[in-house]
Design a binder for this molecule. Structure first.
Ligand SMILES: *Cc1c(COP(=O)(O)O)cnc(C)c1O
Length: 411
């Protein structure tokens, strides 16, 4: 066990009275972020990798409260879009410490990153296609770059996140040395990078480590071709338990296995966790508005939907659900769904939940990673407010959208 904070946080660990007060005060659906948990997750992670360089992957949750909390804790930030770069800098990141990962970057993004990197020579740009390097050179950029490689092995909780074997991401392993030679002529080649999957837990760790072995082998090939690298970046992907019965990763073990997979190399190990840092630091509060018993199911209607949290619809993701108003009423098997007119708008089917009644508040857990970040306005639904709690204090960090916000760009 590393650090003093528990490696997993379940819905039952949250202060239910506080959650009910927040639901009453700010309405539902409501995102509730625990900044202390963000800090604790970051600390536990960095403690397991003491001599590595850890960057938070901003796209997981780009909220100002999350970025500021992590910057204060000493994290650097990895960004994959112009908006993320801008928001990281606005939150206080020194552009010289930022890494920008360019995946089919639009011109406006690439120009922004190239200019930023020219003014701030510490910035690093990672690219996974020769075209991207050519477009950087066209923009007069000749600074720090890393080559994103494709190790041919993807891992993680869903095929839609197994980027390591998807041709979209990275330079194929066998082409890397030749690309590296050309890149080193034009730029300051400082690293090899890959991000191969997401939500990696116990069963996936073997595959993940094989991918890391492959990345490290590619890095050694590059070093043989162009000289020593500053870093080998193995991306993020470390999972958290979404199901109550799943055990958390034991980070000391993970760290040992990662180190063994990387093997002998002088370059600094870099990691870019996203999900691990924020997933269990946030939940969604939603209120029951409908209870309907049918032959086939007891259907519980709530005010959150796939517009609030799209992961169940998009990745078949499991999110824990708890009746915060009445956790001990006795479990019954229910389906919980929102107001959207699609069968995909369900948070669970046939799931035991303490009998939900109309007006009860349910919590949907592990919503911090790819939660608010993927929230949308489907069905003209204003996006929810977000409240951050920090010990006994709390504050609104993002106000609830109004219908006027939904329509304000229409001409
Ligand atoms: C999404 C992403 C991450 C973070 O992945 P997690 O699975 O959330 O840890 C890290 N690096 C890159 C390049 C990414 O695209």
């Amino acid at each position: 066990m590393t650090g003093s904070s528990p490696a997993v946080r379940r819905l039952s660990d949250w202060d239910h009275d506080k959650l009910l007060t927040l639901a009453d005060e700010y309405g539902t659906p409501l995102y509730v972020l625990d900044e202390n948990r963000v800090r604790a997750n970051y600390r536990r992670f960095t403690k397991a990798f003491p001599d590595a360089h850890v960057m938070y992957a901003a796209k997981t949750h780009t909220g100002r409260a999350v970025l500021s909390t992590l910057l204060d804790a000493g994290a650097d930030i990895e960004c994959a879009a112009r908006g993320e770069l801008q928001r990281a800098i606005d939150a206080g990141a020194d552009p010289n410490t930022v890494q920008y990962t360019a995946v089919n970057p639009p011109d406006i993004d690439l120009s922004y990153a190239a200019d930023l990197g020219t003014d701030n020579p510490g910035l690093t740009i990672t690219a996974g296609a020769q075209d991207t390097f050519d477009r950087l050179a066209e923009r007069g950029y000749n600074g720090r770059v890393a080559i994103r490689v494709n190790p041919g092995i993807g891992t993680g909780h869903h095929e839609k996140v197994a980027t390591g074997k998807d041709a979209k991401f990275g330079i194929p392993a066998d082409r890397v040395p030749e690309v590296a030679a050309a890149v080193a002529e034009q730029f300051d080649l400082v690293g090899v990078h890959a991000h191969v999957g997401s939500g990696v837990l116990h069963d996936d760790l073997d595959d993940h480590c094989r991918a890391i072995e492959s990345i490290a082998a590619i890095a050694r090939d590059v070093e043989a071709e162009t000289g020593p690298l500053e870093f080998v970046d193995i991306g993020g992907g470390f999972g958290v338990p979404y199901r109550e019965e799943t055990e958390p990763l034991e980070m000391d073990t993970v760290s040992e296995r990662v180190r063994a997979a990387v093997g002998d190399i002088d370059a600094t190990l870099k990691l870019e966790p996203g999900r691990y840092i924020v997933a269990d630091a946030e939940l969604i509060l939603t209120r029951v508005n409908t209870r309907k018993e049918t032959e086939s199911a007891t259907v519980i209607g709530v005010d959150a939907s796939l517009a609030t949290l799209i992961r169940p619809a998009m990745f078949d993701a499991y999110h824990p659900i708890r009746n915060v108003s009445a956790p001990d009423r006795g479990d019954e098997s229910v389906s919980v769904g929102g107001p959207c007119c699609t069968s995909a708008d369900v948070f669970c089917t046939d799931r035991p939940v303490s009998q939900p009644e109309r007006t009860d508040v349910l919590a949907v857990g592990n919503a911090g990673a790819y939660g608010y970040e993927l929230a949308n306005q489907f069905h003209s639904q204003p996006r929810p407010a977000e409240v951050a709690i920090d010990g006994d204090d709390h504050r609104v960090v993002r106000r609830r959208e109004t219908l006027a916000d939904v329509t304000k760009l229409e001409q």
